[in-house]
Design a protein around this ligand. Sequence first.
Ligand code: GLC
Length: 547
Amino acid sequence: MSLPATRPADDWWRSAVVYQVYPRSFADADGDGTGDLNGIRARLPYLAELGIDAIWISPWYPSPLLDGGYDVSDYRDINPEFGTLADADALIAEAHALGIRILIDLVPNHCSWEHPWFKAALAAGKGAPERDLFWFRDGKPGGLPPTNWPAAFGGGAWQQIDDGQWYLHLFDISQPDWNWDHPKVIEEFDAILRFWFDRGVDGFRIDVADSMAKDPALPDVVPQPNGEVTRDKYAGHPTYDQPGVHDIHRRWREIAEEYADSPLGPRVFVAEAWLSPADRLAQYVRPNELHSAFNFDALQCPWDAEALREVIDHTTENFWAVGAPATWVLSNHDTIRHRTRYGRDQKRASMPAGSVPTDLELGRRRARAAALLELALPGGAYIYQGDELGLPEVEDLPEEVLDDPVWERSGHTVRGRDGCRVPIPWSGAEPSFGFGTGGGQPWLPQPADWAELTAEAQTADPDSHLNLYKAALRIRRETEALGEGRLTWDGEAPAGVLSFTRSPGFRCVTNLSESPIPLPAHQQILLTSEPLLDDRLPSDATAWLAI
Ligand code: GLC
């Protein structure tokens, strides 16, 4: 289990570049149209060559896949569609041999309605102790649910069953919420963590890390002034950011630290918590809690110099105040791919797929500039599979293939997140572009014009998105100033320009203004996201400079 250590083993996560694999859509070794663990194994050399430090694999557990695997029916096994536990062991060992750490996804807020404990709770009937592991309640008079809480994917958060009781699901009806006030739930998750740590995983990404604890009095959500009940995470909200989540995190941190003397070192966590502003999120990464957290303020920030600078400053101030590294992320499996987001009118950048016109060429330039900005900032960075290929959101998937529960739950008004989950194009001239073996078609159709975006085509093109990422990651590894550390803003940068230095000897400048700018002082140009125009940095471009 030893890793070639390039930095002190315990601290690797403070500056790691983590690559997110969405297993269904990454690589399909058995040709059934769905990605699998042997597909990931076959692509590990690609990831090693790309130059990332770790991969985070979205849920790989047995699941009916009603929410892409975030509906877990067994936390200690592998979905047979993806492979076996033996495949997982092999994947972990092979990744480690290449110097790549493995993070997996823990889904502690809810399970699948196919989880045996939920099935037992349904069968046991009203008042049975089996029901205490979840949130079963009687409704209010008049056939109303116990509270007015909304579910994330549309509709209410309570589902009524045959005996009249209701169960809580903050997400899909197929995802019943665990009752974290129950000792059996707490102990079960302790055991799940140890199960995977003992198998050699380096850490977990914690799904909806802000929601496990609920206000036991179950008060209604306070409606907006217009009477609408939204998912606004106001202070004191009954299901978000309750103080109890921190007790759970502290308990897990202790378990992670039990592994301090193991060959892999202590294990780590990254929180998925959509909480803003950064001072609120920073509470999750205090020294005895989770190690790091996704920076969704950065992901949601428009392509605008002032807004980006504000996010960078808020993030660093608040994370550093609690001793945690900042992190940076541009896309994931829940959001519109950033090449598409950045190609839109920035006031409407995060609108649902298919609803806003997009200039993909503009998005391509900005995505390249953003990649160099992201990788130059202090702390850790996340790359979602396909970011490195500059994949756009697929906005025109036919309705009959849409699989995200959001589509059904919104009454076919919101298309959902499938457009960022389209299988990766690896090689060749037509679908499945090397995703699957044997010519079988992938679970979501790929656009025919992705032939020019395949990893194979981009490897051969020195100016490709892929080769930009490879060059950036190589320079990042070789440059002492990059990774963990501090940044200093350049005082004299023109409006619309982000320019900062990192010590020793590094400057990053991103031009978000509409005109080319002269490059600030430097000794050598290390990398630019676009060719210079008469020695000037064009609009929507980033340069890395040695100074
Ligand atoms: C997280 C996941 C998302 C999932 C939800 C419910 O936000 O990233 O994909 O649908 O949690 O588990």
